[in-house]
Design a protein around this ligand. Structure first.
Ligand SMILES: NC(=O)C1=CN([C@@H]2O[C@H](COP(=O)(O)OP(=O)(O)OC[C@H]3O[C@@H](n4cnc5c(N)ncnc54)[C@H](OP(=O)(O)O)[C@@H]3O)[C@@H](O)[C@H]2O)C=CC1
Ligand SMILES: CCCCCCCCCCCCCCCC(=O)[C@@H](N)CO
Length: 331
């Protein structure tokens, strides 16, 4: 028996090491660094929450920041708070991402973009049966179509702007609800899952232009938007979302910027998000051979962990319906 162990033991090292070596050569796209200092960073939804935190951070890193949102007063407030905190002037533009012509005008006026952050987003959590079609359409229009409008308007300028200026980036704010469907998020999840299809395809189309796509997946984040959402979101949505805790906008902004700078395609924001990203890696591009190694080595166990999460969530749903039934019997 001892002989068997001795003759097989080198395999324990040889197999993973050769896997690492293979992955080192095959991961695509190749690693990249996207600079931020002195570059034009254009952030939609930059007047509130995660976008505002990211705008502060980018200005702090010496970027020329432009913000786009609808409400002029909130934009002005954001401009002043960034000037006060960093001493830098930011340009602000009011437009609705649902209106392509308006978006195009702003993008032309703002000048060529190096880093485009599509962060604007709206979210109302509601069971599909209770939700009006108009509200469903609203989320798809703003979150998904709005992002198409923005990229379509900005891409020609971004491509032209590359020569001699180094790599560019298109970052898209998804959500952990864009990696796994969650009770109450049929419309929102559909819009965010849609962004993943957009991003995976787009990366193949623009890699030759030296533009790199990052998809960011935050958990619940303490923003004005979340405060509004929680006023009416179903209890089960909150229970299931709580599996991933909550973050501060500043923390999400830091993770986002790191992801953008390293050209990372899938950008998780917390530990649960890291697990979720490995469990839902699918066929997404991976630049890091170490992350690719983790994905390959842990695929089976991550599926198991995911099944445990589903077991727990379906347990909560069952319990919730049971208590609803007993309380309606009692009344
Ligand atoms: N907070 C959270 O729990 C999480 C948020 N996210 C995502 O992060 C992003 C930002 O969220 P958060 O910071 O919470 O949101 P907030 O509601 O705090 O801010 C949203 C921003 O988007 C702008 N915006 C909304 N609709 C439009 C529109 N039609 N045209 C142009 N701008 C628009 C808003 O400005 P104005 O209203 O003036 O237009 C505001 O600047 C969203 O994409 C969201 O889905 C992802 C995971 C968790
Ligand atoms: C191996 C598997 C690990 C799994 C961990 C899973 C945890 C998933 C929790 C999903 C939370 C979704 C929050 C959406 C927040 C959001 O977008 C809204 N607040 C609207 O802004």
């Amino acid at each position: 028996m001892a002989g068997v162990y001795i003759s097989f033991s080198p395999l324990i090292f040889i197999i993973p090491l050769s896997l690492l070596l293979i992955l080192y050569f095959i991961v695509r796209p190749k690693p990249v660094r996207v600079p931020i200092k002195n570059r034009h960073v254009f952030i939609t939804g930059g007047s509130s929450g995660i976008g505002l935190a990211l705008a502060h951070l980018c200005a702090d890193h010496g970027a020329d920041v432009t913000l786009l949102a609808r409400n002029v007063a909130k934009l002005e407030e954001a401009k002043q708070s960034i000037k006060l905190a960093t001493g830098r002037d930011v340009s602000v533009f009011s437009a609705d991402v649902r209106e392509y012509d308006a978006v195009k005008r702003v993008v032309e006026e703002a000048g060529p973009i190096d880093v485009l952050v599509c962060n604007h987003g709206v979210f109302v959590a509601q069971e599909m049966e209770e939700e009006e079609l108009d509200e469903i359409r609203f989320m798809i229009d703003v979150n998904l179509m709005g992002t198409f409008h923005l990229i379509k308007a900005a891409l020609p300028g971004m491509k032209k702007n590359r020569a001699g200026r180094g790599p560019g980036s298109i970052a898209i704010m998804s959500s952990q609800a864009g990696q796994v469907g969650i009770y109450g998020y049929t419309a929102y999840s559909a819009s965010k899952f849609g962004l993943r299809g957009l991003a995976e395809s787009l990366q193949q189309e623009i890699i030759a232009d030296d533009i790199h796509v990052s998809l960011i997946f935050p958990p619940d984040t303490e923003t004005p938007g979340l405060l509004e959402e929680t006023k009416r979101r179903p209890q089960l949505t909150s229970i299931i979302a709580a599996s991933s805790g909550a973050m501060k906008p500043d923390e999400v902004a830091k993770k986002s910027l790191k992801g953008i700078q390293s050209g990372t395609f899938i950008v998780p924001c917390n530990f649960e998000g890291f697990l979720l990203s490995v469990a839902t890696a699918g066929l997404s591009p991976q630049r890091s051979y170490l992350m690719a190694f983790v994905e390959v080595m842990t695929a089976g166990i991550m599926r198991l962990a995911g099944l445990f999460f589903q077991w727990n969530w379906y347990g909560s749903i069952q319990k919730w319906h049971a208590t609803k039934r007993t309380s309606s019997l009692a009344s």
